[in-house]
Design a binder for this molecule. Sequence first.
Ligand SMILES: [Zn+2]
Length: 648
Amino acid sequence: MDIDSRADELESLIGQHQDLYYNGHPAISDAEFDALWDELTKLRPGSPILVRVGQDAVDGFPKAAHVLPMGSQAKAADPEEFLAWCAKIRHPEYVAELKMDGASIELQYEEGMLVRAVTRGDGLVGDDITPNAKRMAGVPGRLPQPWSGAARGEVLMTRQTLARYFPDKANCRNAANGIMKRKDGIGAERLEVLCYDVAPRGAFDRPGPGTLDLFEGPRILPPFDDEITKMEWLAATGFRTVAYEVFTEPYEVVDYRARVVAGRDAMDHDIDGLVVKGRRVDLEDMRRARPERQIAFKFPLEQAVSTLIDVEWSESGATFTPIAIVQPVRIAGTTVQRANLANTNTIRGMGLRIGSRVIVVKRGEIIPKIEGLVEDLPDSREILAPQACSCGAVLIDEGTRLYCPNRDCPKKAIHRLEKWLSVLNIMEFGPAILRRLFDSGRVVSIADLYTLEPEELASYERMGATSAGKVIQNLRSRSTVSLADFIAGFDIEGIGVLMVEKAAAAGFDTLEKLRNAPSEVLSGIDGFGEITARVISDGLKELATAMDKVLATGALSIRSADASAGPLSGKSFCFTGELLSMKRPMAEARVKALGGSTRSSVAKGLSYLVTNDPKSGSGKNRKAMELGIPVIGEDEFLAILDGKAPGR
Ligand SMILES: [Zn+2]
């Protein structure tokens, strides 16, 4: 036998044995197979059959463009991020699909015939692997109707197939990825495609030039305008579809995720989260690089299912926070018995009860959290929140916060003192001595702290003269504090050091400036919103006397802001026309807060004219041009305010 015929024979043998192997009926041992392989490698090193699974066999596939856009997906790592997205987007109905962990594929049909199957590639163009796709389950070669368009799905391998036929592969996704791109197509019949999206041909075409003015946006007709009818159409047309459920309440999706997480070990496929979409299809959004109407709601990395056995209410100042006590459970090497429940909205939203089976999640260093209800058990009972504070006041349940509304609540007062000592890092002043001073009525406000003398303090039980002296020295040593520490030390709910620093960076860097700023102006600060602005504004009013009393003791002063008096010092701004992001008085207030000044007319020496319409030909515009004064738009103005553009 000459070399060529022996090589032909070897190719044919290797092909047969590969087929037998991948079909689960190997006829020869691995060693015998390797011997054939080695012989062929010597005789015909370039043989196309000498490409092993997992080697990059992709090159050589023709390239093809996608029909459906493939933008990057927004992600929510936990229920908080997911609920924040829901609050922003507000869909009337949510379609929650299982997010399959496989390899993406687009199946393109013309007149009912499968013409192309395209891998993800770079998102726009992928490899055309049609011959392989035709061998996969769930890929109809011919549709029952002469339909043209594309279906998007995920190429998957079941866990059972992986264990039985491809035990050398790391996981189902790697196996599916490698096999779908084999040039010889071997193993493709062990893959399946589950679809989750579809659109008819032309849905994403842009109108040609000349029609643009009349174009009112793309139209998409039933059944492709609705996620559910889309999925029903896919199933009726012969595709396999991913599992999904429809919900109206965001918290229902949170619990659905918990159920899937709890049950996923028993599933056929690897799943790495949910994809949550609004039910109505929005083509404009799908075209975006980052579509907004859908989100990937990821699964936690480390979680366990446990039973909620009790809820404790932890008190901090006026606020009561629920803490879940769960049946001890191991997560990531530690035993978890307590988990954060956030607030009463969380409890009601998830429908938690004492006795419920819940998902407990641990992320890095953060305390464990309950992230959803898996199932309710028959003998479960309602979680009761406390109704009244120890001061007698009826608690207010705002959903996000359960608190005592009594301004004179002793708990609020002592918490403020504790907060003050902690923000100013006055460690020697321990909680026990503070409690004694508070209970005796000697120290009930921050100013009272500064009237204490060592001799008096020493007279309190178990406090010697030396330690009393140390405590007072420690307290008095913090004689200048930053504005952020001063305000944060007064324990205004939700106003920490960071928030005050943000306000200071925006130019509100003295107590006076902050007190005088209307809350509408404060709400324009980067990182603030209406609520934060109102809380800080109201808090400063309510605490004005208490703050002044502290400053009046003379024991402490607020460190003055940098002497340069603000980053816009020496700059002047004139406005013409409307601004989009804020009203003119607010714009002027923000300039002044940063140390700049404002002018009502354009004159020599003006630093900037701010206008959204530089071509308007207004008197101010022309004058600025003549004088060579820079004319800037709103974007640039905002960038200057935020310190993101030169000009300061
Ligand atoms: Zn109270």
